[in-house]
Design a protein around this ligand. Structure first.
Ligand code: MN
Ligand code: MN
Length: 327
């Protein structure tokens, strides 16, 4: 996409207007919805999906996008560690929220898929703020229309369960089981990292491994370290189109308590930044950051961590788009 109107797509600097002032769009970027003529110049769309109908335990991620937007006003324009300045490389905008339906799960999924089909058709790479983890399923239904995708999945849980509550198939514990069954993901090109916690018996992990999913449990992650595990992740997904799904409960609850299903013994906030930076060069066609639950986040620290990780992912996406454009 031509980088035609760069100044319009710059975030408002904290040097010009204090960070606590102004309308809190994602990262203080311009708001450009799908019907705005400027949408044709957008490369990466930051999108909120305020929806948590798949939550089986403690609810709240429906409030995630608004809280993430608020805390995202503290993000500056450059990544000091990697040197990437995403807003100088590509046009990023806040596309707003996908209108959902909190009372009808199937209708909400249809609306989300229809929305992301429009995003894909417009050539926009989506960076989504959830929402609970079921959000990823209707997104994948839109993005995988050309064939199954690979996926790098950071989470304490596999989200590969068969069903809940006597045969109910659509919860935040089942999205990737459905995605594999529906041919949206190529299980041989899926890696799940950070898996831990008390268990229902391991049926989810057995299904994953039997179908070729690479599952890195937390003990192996700490034993091998970030660089070795992420080298394997890059190998598993290869050069083909790949999605990144980041559940905030990947990070230890001492850093991310504001989520529905926390599991102790997880990575630090710094290790979360490191694993994302190791995705440099992966052919990422979209990403999400899910399961931030403001009702369980009174300090706002989990939302701050969430948007900080969204910025790290955005840097990887922007760098990739820019390199593809040049090369
Ligand atoms: Mn999850
Ligand atoms: Mn999880």
């Amino acid at each position: 996409m031509a980088n035609t109107d760069k100044s319009f797509f710059q975030p408002v600097s904290g040097m010009e207007l204090p960070r606590f002032a102004g309308i809190p769009t994602f990262m203080r970027l311009p708001a450009v919805d799908l019907d705005n003529p400027k949408i044709k110049d957008v490369d990466i769309g930051l999108i909120g999906v305020p929806w948590d109908a798949g939550t089986t335990n403690r609810p709240g991620p429906r409030h995630g996008p608004r809280q993430l937007r608020d805390y995202s006003t503290m993000i500056r324009a450059g990544n000091a560690a990697t040197g990437i300045k995403p807003f100088d490389l590509v046009n990023c905008a806040d596309l707003g929220d996908v209108g959902g339906n909190p009372a009808d799960l199937q209708d909400a999924m249809k609306k989300i898929t229809a929305y992301y089909k429009r995003v894909k058709k417009a050539g926009i790479v989506p960076m989504t703020a959830g929402g609970d983890h079921l959000t990823s399923l209707p997104i994948l239904r839109a993005l995988a229309s050309d064939g199954p995708l690979g996926m790098i999945h950071f989470d304490a849980h596999t989200d590969l369960f068969k069903d809940y509550f006597g045969g109910f198939k659509y919860t935040h514990g089942t999205p990737f089981r459905r995605a594999i069954e529906e041919g949206l993901l190529d299980p041989e090109r899926v890696i799940q990292i950070g898996i831990r916690g008390t268990s229902y018996g391991g049926e989810d992990i057995e299904f994953g491994r039997a179908n070729g999913v690479t599952i890195i449990e937390i003990e192996e992650f700490f034993e091998r370290g970030v660089k070795d595990v992420m080298a394997q992740a890059r190998k598993v997904v290869g050069d083909l189109p790949t999605y990144c799904s980041f559940d905030i409960d990947f990070v230890d609850p001492s850093y991310a308590p504001g989520t529905g299903t926390p599991e102790i013994g997880g990575p630090t906030s710094f290790q979360a930044q490191q694993v994302i930076r190791e995705m440099a060069g992966v052919n990422l066609i979209g990403a999400d950051l899910v399961e931030v639950s403001p009702p369980f986040d009174p300090s706002g620290g989990t939302a701050w961590l969430g948007v900080s990780l969204m910025f790290e992912i955005l840097c990887i996406l922007a760098n990739r788009i820019d390199k593809n454009r040049v090369g």
